[in-house]
Design a binder for this molecule. Structure first.
Ligand SMILES: [Zn+2]
Length: 135
């Protein structure tokens, strides 16, 4: 397994979701065990949910789904964004609020965050932010 394998697996799933959702579900966030490349959880962006029509970013959704751990495992995060048609990879850089949610939330769940990788526009490469540089 590699980051690319993880990305490709989720890209394929996400790209099959129909355009009718108006961007819904087109940003994904995977939190995985850094040493085993084992996926711990997956989150996606959702708009207008619940009684208050709130929206939730993929990173926030993923951190919410992450289970508490007693062992301090090192984790990496991959954030990807694809266009509504699901054909093109876009810039997946996280907003400042999500950077804070990941930095604080992942620690709270008992893990050590290492790096946050995100996709680049029209490219299969990743950029990353080190934990120390998260907002
Ligand atoms: Zn965000």
């Amino acid at each position: 397994m590699s980051k690319q394998t993880i990305l490709n697996k989720y890209l394929e799933k996400r790209s099959l979701i129909k355009n009718a959702h108006n961007g819904h579900h087109k940003i994904g966030c995977v939190i995985f065990d850094k040493s085993k490349y084992c996926v711990l959880c997956f989150g996606y962006n959702q708009y207008n949910i619940g009684l208050n029509f709130l929206s939730i970013h993929a990173e926030h959704h993923a951190v919410n789904k992450l289970r508490y751990s007693k062992k301090r495992k090192k984790v990496d995060v991959i954030i990807f964004r694809i266009c509504n048609k699901g054909e093109t990879i876009l810039l997946g850089a996280p907003c400042e609020n999500c950077q804070r949610i990941m930095r604080e939330g992942i620690k709270k769940k008992g893990y050590t965050l290492n790096r946050v990788y995100y996709t680049n526009k029209m490219s299969e490469t990743f950029s990353f932010i080190k934990k120390i540089n998260l907002k």
